[in-house]
Design a protein around this ligand. Structure first.
Ligand code: HEC
Length: 404
């Protein structure tokens, strides 16, 4: 028993590794097929001299020529095997939810809750998390079934505003990283539920109607098309959120929800450019505008961090000894070869601050995690003060000397 309980943190790490690996693989398969069919449909040669064929496409890939036909109606004779694409979506959602449990729910105290933002307990945090996942799907689905769906622009503006309100609220409930991941998890849930509740049922209806020699339900087909377009636009923001944990200057920023909203608009507009291009509409201006948006965002986030006028003479001299004490006291309980903080068996992410050299090697990430943002210590669990962050900042800005 004891062995199992001491193995627990390692098991959790390995589960994290395996499930994350699976999540990325099935996610690539899902988005890959979705991108492929989107592309395929837009590139079909529609001028085929065959009344049964809507379009055809020739391609060459991995040692062979492929000749694909899209039929106008159902096939006259059903093939022995008809391939569906649904498990890519379901397994992405299932592995994603498992990751949410492994990384966030089981480490809620460090990974979800930030006592400076909100003093909630673990149970409440998990309930809020699940409510957001289900709630965002219910609201989105309700809007899709309302007449608002006929007004594309109004629908998009409303959904985008609701998503921004949700992400703003999440940043006021959870720690910043958990807030970002939850926005991604809500969008991912909407996308997978679109497949499960709308797209696949519509395809089943189409197949059953064909088998029974009846007309398929046109309304179902239209709804499925709309949802699949929504999924297509949502891929870019959701992929950004998946990689956002590498970029603390985004989720750790004071206005992290706003940054997410702007990056999402930029991502969706790039997707829009490619969708228009597939329809042979070349709105090239979208790309430089998106790039310009990214540059403005970079300037907005980064300019205030540049210290243009550090007055070297007026700098209070901070000794390395003082800095080392702060780091050992506030960070060293976790970031050590043998962490003393309960629940940690290894240094998180392999980041150790045992020696002066360790600290120097990690200067830029210490700055990113604890000065430019307050992501570390997680939820400020070791109670690092502003004065201490400031001391670290001055020490780094004045050259990070370890000799005084
Ligand atoms: C309660 C334990 C704990 C304390 C205290 C703590 N950290 Fe961390 N740290 C973590 C965890 C957990 C992670 C991994 C987070 C993740 O999965 O991205 C981490 C990751 C990091 C990383 C790597 C980030 C990355 O994504 O590569 C750095 C750098 C870091 N911490 C710096 C610090 C600094 C500096 C302090 C003190 C000011 C500190 N940490 C205090 C738990 C802690």
């Amino acid at each position: 028993m004891e062995i199992i309980s001491s193995l627990y943190p390692f098991i959790l790490d390995w589960l994290d590794l395996v499930v994350r690996w699976i999540h990325i693989i099935v996610g690539i398969a899902w988005i890959g097929t979705s991108f492929y069919f989107n592309w395929l449909d837009s590139r079909l040669d529609r001028e085929v001299n065959n009344e049964k064929i809507d379009g055809e496409l020739w391609s060459v890939h991995s040692g062979g020529f492929y000749h694909i036909n899209k039929l106008k109606g159902p096939p006259t004779k059903f093939p022995k095997e008809l391939h569906w694409f649904k498990w890519e979506a379901y397994s992405t959602w299932i592995s994603g939810f498992a990751l949410l449990i492994i990384v966030y729910y089981l480490n809620a105290e460090t990974m979800m809750i930030d006592k400076q933002i909100n003093e909630i307990n673990i149970f409440t945090a998990i309930i809020i998390s699940i409510t957001f996942l289900i709630g965002s799907w219910l609201i989105y689905d309700y809007l899709c079934k309302s007449s608002l769906i006929n007004n594309k622009i109004l629908f998009s503006i409303l959904c985008f505003s609701l998503a921004t309100i949700a992400s703003y609220s999440l940043t006021k409930i959870f720690g910043s990283r958990a807030a970002y991941i939850h926005v991604g998890a809500c969008i991912g849930t909407i996308m997978a539920a679109n497949v499960f509740y709308v797209i696949i049922p519509s395809q089943k209806n189409m197949v059953n109607a064909a088998l029974a020699n009846k007309e398929p339900d046109l309304k179902k087909g239209l709804a499925a098309k709309t949802r699949s377009i929504h999924n297509n636009y949502l891929t870019l923001p959701v992929l950004f959120i998946m990689i956002s944990s590498h970029f603390p200057f985004t989720y750790g920023h004071k206005y992290n929800w706003l940054i997410l909203a702007i990056i999402s608009i930029i991502g969706a507009s790039v997707r829009h450019y490619f969708n228009l291009r597939n329809q042979k509409k070349y709105n090239v201006w979208i790309l430089p505008t998106a790039a310009f948006g990214m540059i403005c965002l970079m300037l907005y986030v980064s300019l205030p961090k540049i210290n243009t006028n550090i007055d070297q003479d007026n700098l209070e001299l901070i000794s390395f000894n003082e800095v080392n004490n702060i780091i050992q006291y506030r960070c060293g309980v976790c970031h050590a070869q043998k962490p003393t903080f309960e629940g940690f068996e290894d240094a998180p992410k392999g980041v150790v601050f045992a020696t002066a050299q360790d600290i120097l090697n990690n200067l830029s990430s210490i700055k990113a995690q604890s000065i430019d943002s307050d992501i570390m210590p997680p939820g400020n669990i070791t109670g690092m003060t502003e004065a201490e962050r400031n001391k670290l900042k001055i020490w780094i800005e004045s050259g990070a000397s370890i000799n005084n």
